[in-house]
Ligand binder design. Structure first.
Ligand SMILES: N[C@@H](CCC(=O)N[C@@H](CS)C(=O)NCC(=O)O)C(=O)O
Length: 196
């Protein structure tokens, strides 16, 4: 379903970010809210040959994998009025055209027990995507991230900023996948620096 069909006539929309969007939305929004989506786990299983890698050395970025027992924390951004069309136009290029992501509407749960869920749009890269890399060990993913760079910057920045967001904004949430990859990538970097 195209974003424009989803938001036809809507004066406001929530957009959920769980990767680079949590630290670099780069579009105008009315307000943001930390929270989570249910039924998905965040995994560095998507390839990136534009922003954080290239065709010969694709970087690794995150996507969501369906898992009924999991939830993924991030940030939802509410866009209103002209921000709706502006944000979707921008994200279509950044996420879909350059990144291979598609859109999906899900329930977003703002942090705090009393809050009821709201519908949010998110960008997800499914396994049938040509850039999809799939599962690998934290060590393999850490090496790939430590040596990849694309038009937007180094893949390490992408990883470390997401880890920093989780520690700062979701301190009670344990994300073993993310932090084990962070540890592996930093170990590779320390070896590379020592070898210089
Ligand atoms: N859709 C996820 C992942 C978004 C993401 O990381 N997309 C990449 C495209 S491959 C991106 O925007 N990268 C920009 C950057 O690396 O700075 C999110 O909601 O944050």
């Amino acid at each position: 379903m195209k974003p424009q069909d989803i938001v036809a006539g809507k004066s406001s929309l929530w957009i959920f970010g769980y990767g680079s969007l949590v630290w670099k939305p780069d579009f105008r929004y009315r307000r943001s809210q930390v929270g989570y989506v249910r039924g998905y786990k965040r995994r560095f299983w998507h390839g990136d040959n534009f922003h954080r890698g290239n065709d010969t050395m694709p970087g690794r970025v995150v996507t969501l994998i369906e898992d009924d027992d999991a939830s993924t924390w991030g940030v939802a951004f509410e866009v209103t009025g002209s921000q709706v069309e502006e944000s979707l136009k921008y994200l279509n290029v950044r996420e879909a055209v350059c990144g291979g992501y598609i859109t999906k509407m899900v329930d977003f749960y703002p942090e705090g027990e009393k809050q009821s869920p709201v519908q949010a749009l998110l960008y997800i890269a499914t396994p049938d995507n040509p850039l999809y890399l799939g599962p690998a060990s934290p060590e393999e993913i850490g090496v790939q991230i430590a040596v990849s760079r694309g038009k937007t910057g180094h893949n390490l920045e992408y990883l470390l900023r997401l880890a920093e967001f989780m520690r700062r904004s979701c301190p009670g949430v344990e994300d073993t996948h993310l932090f084990s990859i962070e540890a592996a990538a930093l170990t590779v970097v320390s070896y590379l620096l020592a070898a210089q």
